[in-house]
Design a protein around this ligand. Sequence first.
Ligand code: ZN
Length: 568
Amino acid sequence: MRYSKMLIPTLKEDPAEAEVISHKLMLRAGMIRKLATGIYSYLPLARRIFNKVEQIIREEMNRAGGQEVTLPSVQPSDVWEESGRWNLYGKELLRFKDRNSRDFCLGPTHEEVITDLIRREIRSYRQLPLNLYQIQTKFRDEIRPRFGLMRGREFTMKDAYSFDADESGAEESYNRMFEAYTRIFERCGLEFRAVEADTGTIGGSFSHEFMALADSGEDAIVSCDSCSYAANVEKAEIKGTDFVSGDRPGPRKGMNKVSTPGMKTVEEVTGFLKVTSRDLVKTLIYETDKGAVAILVRGDHEVNEAKLRSVLGCNELSLAGDETISEVTHAPRGFAGPVGLGISITADNAVRQMSGFVTGGNEGDVHFTNVNLDDFKVNAFADIRMVTKDDPCPRCNGKLRLSRGIEVGHVFKLGTKYSEALGATFLDANGKEQLIVMGCYGIGVGRTVAAAIEQNHDKDGIIFPVPIAPFQVLILPINIDKNEVRDTSEFLYRSLNEEGYDVLLDDRDESPGIRFKDADLIGIPIRLTVSKRTLKEDMVELKSRRTGEVVLINKDSVLDEIRKRLSG
Ligand SMILES: [Zn+2]
């Protein structure tokens, strides 16, 4: 393509509306433009990138036995009512009526539609297993669309659905999709982790989120440096530490009451008493639908409310207000402690290994030191805290790394939820009617592109991984009006195109400075600069966008050099 003919409206300044780097760079590189909140137009550069990502997805889905279909994006309410989700889905589902006042929605996902198709077409076990996928526009009326393509309302998604005759077949389908996803994200050049999303009650793990690692990610995750364990921080288990009675460190001297005027926070108290936060037990009062409870965690640990909720078996859970705190502790906020407390106490497992610690004194401006576990009654010990980077991997004892992730894919074993609701059955080998076992598998195409940019950029712009770059080579002639410059540029353009490469020739009537800046911004992996200066020696300048390395190459060896660099 010739740059002068393409619509690539680059911007010099960071747009004010963008918070994260991928959003900024996609706007600046002229890839996307906003039409309405969370709704974007994809310009030619973005379309080319999407095409490449979608091609990788297609190849891997087909290789894994998937068949591409296209399902309607406008869906009647009937099937949603059958699955029970017409009422459950809430405001994210954009609903409207047709001219006959019949209810419809814009598809946010396609479980209902595909199950409806399958229940009509599948009769026998001989037609199973089956895997159908599509790459299509979805609409979810997000309450807070943000971060450009990362959380939009209208977005491109690859969704796939597997249909099997039994559980073991469904598990095989799941594993095949897991492997396909791994290959897809590897081929897109992403650094990612497959994170256990839900270990479920069936045993084993039947849901994984594929997280691209990026500081701007909305999810906090931990991953092991030594094994493949990775989990959402909310779900990360703490390696169980077996408590041996009498094995507590430190002397037993009896607790002391100390005056701590105005010292409320862990930092204030430990600084004042010249101890570390590991020597203090925090007492947090929570209000639940089962009444107020006290929660104990080590001073440097944080409560994990998701774990706490399931340990306590309660639906409602929130930190108590000042009134409740003074009611149950008889002290102002900041001085709660377990000694003499009249409500149920749940302590984190780590507290079990502590002795001679500091707690609040349930009295204004008072703390206790040298407190031990036999000074109060703990109703239950449990894993109720957030994982930290100092915790060992729960699987292999390796070192954990905390990072943030962007969910780019999700594989999920559905079981018979939808086939049961919509009556999707088949006749087994004995002629007996059985429910089809399903799985569903999504990839956010726009998010994958956004994540790739989050992971691959510098101060000058995007550094596209070669497999998804809109062009592989950019030819930048300096003074194209000079015959030798024009001829060499055109020759390179022609021969690279003939070789099957995606080449952009920057033939614009703009200063070299502007064109160099744009070249860095739009992130084409290889830039060839053709100038009179180097042509004197029959040379062309080649610059790698990723490494910044610049080399001079004989103009007749350019093709060989490009082949070499792009083959890996
Ligand atoms: Zn590990």
